[in-house]
Design a protein around this ligand. Structure first.
Ligand SMILES: *Cc1c(COP(=O)(O)O)cnc(C)c1O
Length: 396
């Protein structure tokens, strides 16, 4: 098994050499001023990636899951109403967390493969004249199904209903790879982690709070200790942390933000769209539909590809790892065994992507699927030839 191959899982992503080096630091005293020179630029960088002027950015030694917990425990109290759609494994897990925190969770069931129905959210919010619902939750990019949802439309539905609930968005597999507008979409809490768009190892929960969400922390009664943003606020005011910070990883985050902003966010998003379009062209050439039900919800960071009925999609992932040392993503939850996933986010080029598509073809041919070797690769090649990365870079 070669560890030289890129991974094609939707997180953790491939780590650029520059970021590996940025994380590899000698110990510094985190109570010295040196720590502030990492902490503050990292928080500023994330704020810019979120496209926000005023968001308070919090960085915890944790993962995206800890970010969910930070979002709800700092703003809500037991029994508070929460409105949330279930359209994949990640939204399902955030729902489960809310239920375990004794929130009153109103679930909109959505077929896996579809996006969040903003109009249904709007109807429910209009009917909630007592404002029992305190938070509206949305998974921007359902990593399990490769489906993105329209967060601006959800904000519009909330505004139309004149509803004061907070808008909390899981952007774990979109932020830093797909357009995300914290201020523009009126997001109150945004959640992500270090191992997706920020191209680092897992280890950080990264959470942005709007002033409105931040103000809720005084009255929120859910228990919190490790994830209490009030302790973080006190620490940050002194360029410090309430406990021992993961300094190397935070230096990596600072450097990752520098990289993304130097490339230009719009260029980063265009790169992801371009790479994703090639992957979708390949799936089309294979005659295999995406789990995403329509083109407007197709994710630019992960494609969940449906295998023929009766075929166990998990075999593709197992065989790719065993025979070729390449990692693809398995289907999760309701779509387990029905899809395999190609992750295409973070540090990735068209050339790397072609190697993943070529490997997927070898795997599927080995397993007896009626795939013509080279068919998907050729379709992606045509797209990449027609939209060369270098020309895009020059134009930028
Ligand atoms: C990866 C992911 C998470 C969970 O993140 P962990 O870092 O594994 O805790 C949450 N939501 C989405 C959409 C994800 O892709």
């Amino acid at each position: 098994m070669s560890f030289q191959n890129p991974v094609f899982i939707p997180g953790p992503t491939n780590i650029p050499e520059v970021l590996r080096k940025a994380c590899d630091m000698p110990t510094i005293d985190h109570r010295s001023p040196l720590f502030g020179s990492i902490l503050h630029p990292a928080r500023d960088g994330v704020r810019q990636v979120l496209k926000s002027k005023n968001a308070e950015v919090y960085i915890f030694p944790s993962t995206g899951t800890g970010g969910w917990e930070t979002a709800i425990t700092n703003t809500l109290s037991p029994g508070d109403g929460v409105l949330v759609a279930r359209n994949g494994m990640f939204s399902h897990r955030w729902i489960d967390m809310c239920q375990r925190h004794d929130l009153d969770v109103q679930i909109v069931e959505v077929p896996w493969g579809s996006g969040i129905p903003a109009e249904r959210y709007g109807e429910i919010l209009k009917a909630d004249s007592a404002h029992r619902i305190k938070a509206v939750l949305a998974t921007h990019n359902e990593t399990a199904t490769g489906v993105k949802s329209d967060i601006a439309a959800i904000r519009a539905a909330m505004d139309q209903a004149n509803h004061p609930a907070l808008l909390m968005v899981d952007g774990v597999s979109s932020i830093g790879s797909m357009d995300f507008q914290f201020d523009g979409w009126g997001v109150d809490v945004a959640v992500t982690g270090s191992q997706k768009g920020f191209m680092l190892t897992a280890g950080l929960a990264i959470v942005g709070f709007s002033p409105k969400a931040h103000a809720m922390t005084a009255s929120a009664k859910l228990h919190r200790t490790f994830f209490d943003i009030r302790d973080m606020d006190k620490g940050y005011a002194n360029s410090a942390f309430p406990y021992t910070p993961p300094v190397g990883l935070m230096n990596g985050l600072k450097t990752a933000c520098d990289m993304l902003l130097a490339e230009g966010l719009d260029n980063v998003f265009a790169r992801h769209t371009r790479i994703a379009t090639g992957v979708r062209a390949a799936a089309d050439a294979w005659g295999m539909p995406l789990c995403a039900a329509s083109s407007d919800v197709q994710s630019d960071t992960v494609s969940a590809i449906c295998t023929p009925d009766g075929f166990d999609a998990t075999k593709i992932v197992t065989h790719a790892a065993d025979r070729y040392g390449v990692a693809f993503g398995v289907g999760l939850g309701d779509v387990s065994g029905k899809v395999f996933r190609i992750g295409h986010l973070g540090s990735l080029t068209d050339v790397m992507t072609l190697s993943g598509l070529a490997t997927a073809e070898m795997v599927m041919a080995d397993l007896g699927l009626p795939i013509q070797l080279g068919s998907g690769v050729a379709a992606a090649q045509e797209h990449y030839r027609a939209t060369p990365a270098q020309a895009q870079k020059d134009a930028a």
